[in-house]
Design a protein around this ligand. Structure first.
Ligand SMILES: *Cc1c(COP(=O)(O)O)cnc(C)c1O
Length: 361
């Protein structure tokens, strides 16, 4: 077996222990004589998996009791539509654009109401997070939408915006379960699980109870959070396998000391890489230091040929998927929960070596 260091932004690395467990369980899950891949979602044995995953997510993420946890499909992108469809009561919402995904969410929401752009960091290629306070938001908005960690540009909100009584909705696709989060500060958080939590196919939505039940009558039933909550996320067939892997990932997080310990490990990993980039003559990170993501680290050299050469050499050396998003170029190392510290140490060593060789030319 020859596993590479995989820096993919998503789908992305899963912990080796989780893959091994899934492999051991593959043909016969827990003495059931069936694979989770084959199981009825209405069976007793599967119910333990889905309810177990939900309960564990509540414990590990500290989800308050007045919030529902939904296991849906369609990716975070489907929630760009579901958010306005479920929450627009008075037809007004505020959006903050800090990257490509929040831009898409904003565009989609415009189909459904009077959507106001509160702030954008497009003026500096999304290299920072705007400072926002309560006065910046409309007090009569149905919600405020932000993207908490910007996967493509490598920024993260260093604070939770104070929106007063207006519910705060956050896309947390690329930072879900990366460190402790005070969920009570949000009305809704949601994310595609394929970044940090599970394989593709599962979308997690965590929504405060009082926000359920306001969906427009025309809201498609599959996008209606209340319908999904009332049916324990099983209005139809849920993404069974991804939910099962999600449960294994949660067990792995718990065994590793929970989110506090994991958050510390993630911060350390990111700090190691940023420290190298800040000291480098060749590589640099374009993000304002206080707004740097600990999950997605972007970097560039001064020219695109050197970038391409680096990506090619890195790939050949077993550091894969380091190419930046197609819309921005450069490089990006996504260093989610499953990336071991050793992966970062090795990457830093490789970056240093590449830099020395370039200097000799
Ligand atoms: C990947 C990503 C998305 C899109 O997720 P899908 O599950 O592919 O729809 C949306 N928002 C953020 C922040 C992401 O990282």
């Amino acid at each position: 077996m020859n596993r590479v260091y995989n820096f993919s932004a998503g789908p992305s690395m899963l912990p080796l222990e989780v893959l091994r467990q899934a492999q051991a369980d593959l043909l016969d899950y827990n003495g059931s004589g069936q694979s989770v891949l084959e199981m009825s979602h209405r069976s007793k044995v599967y119910e333990e998996i889905i309810y177990g995953a939900q309960q564990l997510l509540r414990e590990v993420y500290g989800v308050p009791n007045n919030y529902k946890i939904l296991f849906l499909q369609g990716g975070a992108s489907t929630q760009f539509s579901a958010v306005p469809l479920n929450l627009l009561k008075n037809g007004k919402a505020d959006y903050v654009i800090t990257g490509q995904f929040s831009g898409k969410a904003y565009k989609e929401a415009q189909k459904y109401g009077d959507i106001r752009l509160v702030a954008s960091s497009k003026d500096k290629t999304f290299s920072y997070i705007p400072e926002l306070s309560r006065e910046d938001f409309s007090s009569d908005a149905d919600y405020v939408h932000i993207c908490f960690n910007n996967t493509i540009f490598g920024t993260k909100f260093p604070y939770i915006p104070d929106t007063g009584d207006v519910p705060l909705v956050a896309d947390v696709s690329s930072c879900m379960l990366s460190e402790p989060l005070d969920i009570s500060k949000f009305g809704v958080i949601y994310g595609g699980a394929q970044k940090n939590v599970a394989p593709a196919g599962l979308t997690v939505v965590i929504v405060r109870d009082d926000l359920l039940g306001a969906a427009a009558p025309s809201c498609p039933v599959m996008l209606n959070w209340k319908e999904q909550a009332d049916n324990d996320s099983m209005y139809n067939t849920p993404p069974c396998w991804s939910i099962y892997i999600c449960k294994l990932v949660l067990e792995w997080i718990e065994r590793g000391g929970g989110l506090t310990a994991l958050g510390q490990r993630n911060r350390k990993k990111a700090a190691l890489l940023y420290k190298f980039l800040d000291g480098s003559e060749l590589f640099s990170n374009p993000v304002r230091p206080q707004d740097r993501s600990i999950m997605n680290v972007t970097f560039v050299t001064p020219d695109s040929e050197t970038n391409a050469k680096f990506v090619k050499n890195a790939d050949a050396a077993g550091f894969v998927n380091l190419k930046g998003h197609r819309s921005v170029g450069g490089m990006r190392a996504s260093i989610y929960n499953a990336m071991p510290s050793e992966g970062i140490e090795e990457l830093v060593r490789f970056l240093g070596e590449f830099e020395r060789k370039q200097a000799l030319k």
